[in-house]
Design a protein around this ligand. Structure first.
Ligand SMILES: Cc1cc2nc3c(=O)[nH]c(=O)nc-3n(C[C@H](O)[C@H](O)[C@H](O)COP(=O)(O)OP(=O)(O)OC[C@H]3O[C@@H](n4cnc5c(N)ncnc54)[C@H](O)[C@@H]3O)c2cc1C
Length: 437
């Protein structure tokens, strides 16, 4: 009996899942491998890191997503290398052959040669990252409440976000909002409204991939919230509790890295050309040069829009569109016994870019126009809920947002992973008790 063709898809993120969906009606076996058991909606990760949403609200088990697509087998495995010439992927010492390959392993946080900063300034890429940032942020307020030493308390109430792209802007806005609006009444000794949030950006403007108008409005809205934005400010060193910009420094208990990502390490095992961010320099049809049945989509691929020659941005819609494009190519060629027709080149349709800046504030570039304030925030909310995977998640996120809107509270304020406050001069507990009214 002849074997059905096998399509191996590495990564169940936006790109990989979309490619898998396009193979639903084909006579092939699809092997979907992911190092994690869940698909993660990264655009809302900062809301987990800032205690607005719970991890399960923005993640969905991969098995549940493809449950009805019977030609898919999901395996929880991390692919360690790929042998393009031998048409096989490796999971450690194990080898799995493929007829078609879709690499969609995404990106990871990049410290650009300063990997030692990772421990001191965590990035935001996974659920674990978000829970760790949430732990640090919430612990900072708890430690400030226990602290007698004025300088140490000041540092506990200082947050530095490095990187002024959408993640940095969203984190900085949410941190100020927590400190100024969500929790002040929950503390007795410390005035959380005095918390300082710095947003440091190396370039001349925030949100560099968006319009200048969006950058200007984002700056205005962040400053309105009380965030201290520093542009043209390149971080030169990160210490335990301190960020350096040349000879200047800010003492901060909480440092968050939102300054960049690079492609999954898998790209380095392929033996094909990769760019400075580790992305595979793919052909117009998203195939790997010299390997017409191996493709890369999403953050792992350096692709240009065939119409404009502009690079396709590392965003969810780019990954979804590339995944669909490649899935359709494979489906077409699987069902076509004659030699494949000439493949089209990938074209990117930019449906707009947006970033939110706290409660009812956002900026959006859509259809050549820039929106700000409540309108942009509504647009942002609708789009994000629409793209969340799973009806339960859509519903829960809407309910959480509505609740937060009404009561200005954050429901996921859990400190997990240990509680050992680091306090320079701890307050006398008896005295602390007397701070209650
Ligand atoms: C904090 C944050 C906020 C963002 N906000 C936005 C936004 O507002 N709008 C927007 O459009 N985009 C946003 N993005 C970018 C967007 O999330 C990415 O562009 C998109 O997820 C890329 O999709 P992908 O399929 O290439 O990779 P991913 O969605 O990252 O999926 C990659 C998958 O591959 C798996 N994987 C990785 N390595 C291996 C391996 N070796 N073996 C097996 N599996 C592996 C991973 O576990 C993961 O499931 C944001 C990203 C982050 C981190």
């Amino acid at each position: 009996m002849s074997r059905r063709p096998r399509v191996v898809v590495v990564g169940a993120g936006f790109g990989g899942l979309e490619a898998v969906r396009k193979l639903a009606q084909t006579d092939c076996e699809v092997l979907l491998l992911d190092a994690r058991n869940h698909h993660l909606f990264q655009p809302l990760l900062y809301q987990v890191a800032t205690a607005a949403l719970s991890p399960a609200d923005i993640a969905e088990p991969v098995r549940a997503i493809v449950r009805k697509q019977k030609n898919v087998q999901v395996l929880l495995r991390e692919v360690t290398s790929v042998d393009l010439a031998g048409q096989a992927i490796h999971v450690g010492a194990e080898e799995v052959a493929y007829d078609w390959l879709v690499l969609a392993a995404g990106a990871r946080t990049a410290y650009f040669g300063n990997d030692e900063w990772a421990r001191l300034a965590p990035g935001l890429k996974t659920i674990d990252d978000a829970i760790e940032i949430r732990r640090r942020v919430l612990m900072a307020f708890e430690e400030a409440e226990l602290e007698e030493d004025e300088e140490a308390r000041r540092a506990k109430l200082t947050f530095v976000v490095i990187g002024g792209g959408p993640t940095g802007v969203e984190m900085a806005g949410a941190l100020r909002e927590i400190a100024a609006m969500s929790i002040p009444e929950d503390f007795r000794r410390v005035d959380t409204k005095t918390a300082r949030v710095y947003l440091l950006e190396g370039g001349p403007r925030l949100l560099p991939t968006m319009s200048e108008e969006a950058s200007r409005r984002a700056l205005e809205q962040l400053e309105g919230l009380g965030v201290q934005v520093r542009l043209d400010t390149m971080v030169t060193e990160v210490d335990d509790g301190c960020v350096w910009v040349g000879d200047d420094s800010v003492a901060a208990a909480n440092i968050i890295w939102a300054a960049g990502v690079e492609a999954s390490d898998l790209t380095r095992t392929l033996g094909v050309d990769i760019d400075k961010q580790g992305r595979i320099e793919v052909e117009g049809d998203c195939s790997l040069p010299g390997y017409s049945r191996a493709f890369a989509v999403g953050d792992i691929a350096a692709q240009v829009d065939a119409a404009t020659g502009e690079p396709v941005p590392g965003v969810a819609q780019g990954a979804i569109q590339m995944g669909a494009f490649v899935g359709e190519i494979i489906a077409r060629e699987l069902s076509n016994a004659s030699p494949p027709p000439r493949r089209p080149a990938f074209r990117y349709r930019n449906k707009g870019e947006m970033a939110t800046i706290g409660r009812a504030r956002a900026v959006a570039d859509v259809g050549g126009r820039t929106f700000g304030g409540v309108l942009a925030w509504l647009l942002w909310s609708v789009v994000h809920v629409a793209f969340l995977v799973g009806f339960r998640n859509k519903l829960l996120v809407m309910v959480h947002w509505a609740w937060q809107w009404l009561v200005q509270s954050r429901g996921a304020r859990l400190i997990t992973g240990g509680f050992a406050p680091r306090v320079a001069d701890p307050v006398d507990l008896d005295e602390a008790a007397r701070s209650a009214d």
